[in-house]
Design a protein around this ligand. Structure first.
Ligand SMILES: Nc1ncnc2c1ncn2[C@@H]1O[C@H](COP(=O)(O)OP(=O)(O)O)[C@@H](O)[C@H]1O
Ligand SMILES: [Mg+2]
Length: 260
């Protein structure tokens, strides 16, 4: 019977991501209090909330950048609560940062190639014939998926802000992710760049689920099927995009100055 328990716990609820009672303290400050959220495989969810609501801290707990003070986090059934970040990446979890993590002196192609190479360690051996071609091909496909083919040989430092954000998405897509956390990908984008971002997100392969933190409700509600609204570190409301948009309490929170 010893083998039954781990097998059952690996099956879990069938969710892609499941947080149960997650609390994160910073000294006396509760950045997250008793967060319970379930996201199905392939589901796309927005997390909304005013500045300081706990959205980025939620991402940090899921990625392992911070550990929760209490509560559990499961990724495709597996308890990852205390896993280091690279173990979560290995299992197909990715994130983009509010602040860019690109190599500014390298070209678009080099950045994407290095990301593909970084996540492929052990899967393709670079000593194997053709491995490098496979990585180059994977990089090209990702560059195309984020509309950066015309800029592939430009250095990151020469790219427009919107193109840098597109490149960050390409890096998150390297190595067959199953789930991506996008932290305010539309921040600082022009209206045209926002439309492009919406297209990129809506044309991602359907098995890839994500959570998007986004202040721009028009962007967020167009690219998701469900919404979690946070307030003061707690889940304030969950629902369909149209329910959240027309909810009087949400409108009051959003229009009432709590939102920057
Ligand atoms: N590393 C940290 N150390 C101390 N306090 C933090 C840290 N990160 C976030 N906080 C605090 O936790 C709360 C939630 O922050 P955050 O998750 O960044 O909110 P959001 O992303 O919704 O704006 C805020 O009060 C913030 O000041
Ligand atoms: Mg934030």
């Amino acid at each position: 019977m010893a083998s039954v328990a781990p097998r059952l716990s690996a099956i879990g609820s069938g969710a892609a991501l499941e947080l149960r009672g997650v609390t994160r303290m910073f000294g006396a400050l509760a950045a997250l209090t008793d967060i319970t959220i379930t996201v199905r495989p392939g589901e796309r969810r927005a997390v909304l909330g005013s500045n300081g609501a706990g959205k980025t801290t939620l991402f940090n707990c899921v990625t392992g950048d911070f550990l929760p003070t209490s509560g559990t986090i499961r990724f495709f059934g597996e308890d990852i609560t205390r896993f280091p970040p690279y173990e979560r990446i290995r299992r197909g979890l990715r994130r983009t940062y509010q602040i860019s993590a690109l190599f500014p002196g390298l070209t678009v192609q080099d950045n994407v190639y290095l990301a593909c190479r970084g996540v492929s360690r052990g899967r393709f051996s670079l000593l194997r014939p053709g491995a490098n071609d496979a990585l180059m091909h994977a990089a090209e496909t990702l560059i195309q998926a984020v509309y950066l083919t015309p800029a592939r040989d430009q250095r990151v430092s020469e790219l427009a802000h919107g193109q840098q954000r597109q490149l960050e998405i390409a890096l998150a897509l390297a190595g067959a992710p199953r789930f991506i956390l996008f932290d305010e990908p539309a921040a600082g984008l022009s209206p045209t760049e926002r439309r492009e971002l919406i297209e990129i997100l809506t044309s991602l392969p359907s098995h890839i689920g994500y959570i998007i933190i986004e202040h721009d409700m028009d962007v967020a509600l167009r690219v998701v099927e469900s919404v979690t609204m946070m307030h003061n570190g707690r889940v304030f409301k969950e629902g369909l995009p149209e329910e959240i948009q027309s909810d009087p309490e949400v409108q009051e929170l959003y229009l009432g100055g709590g939102h920057e």
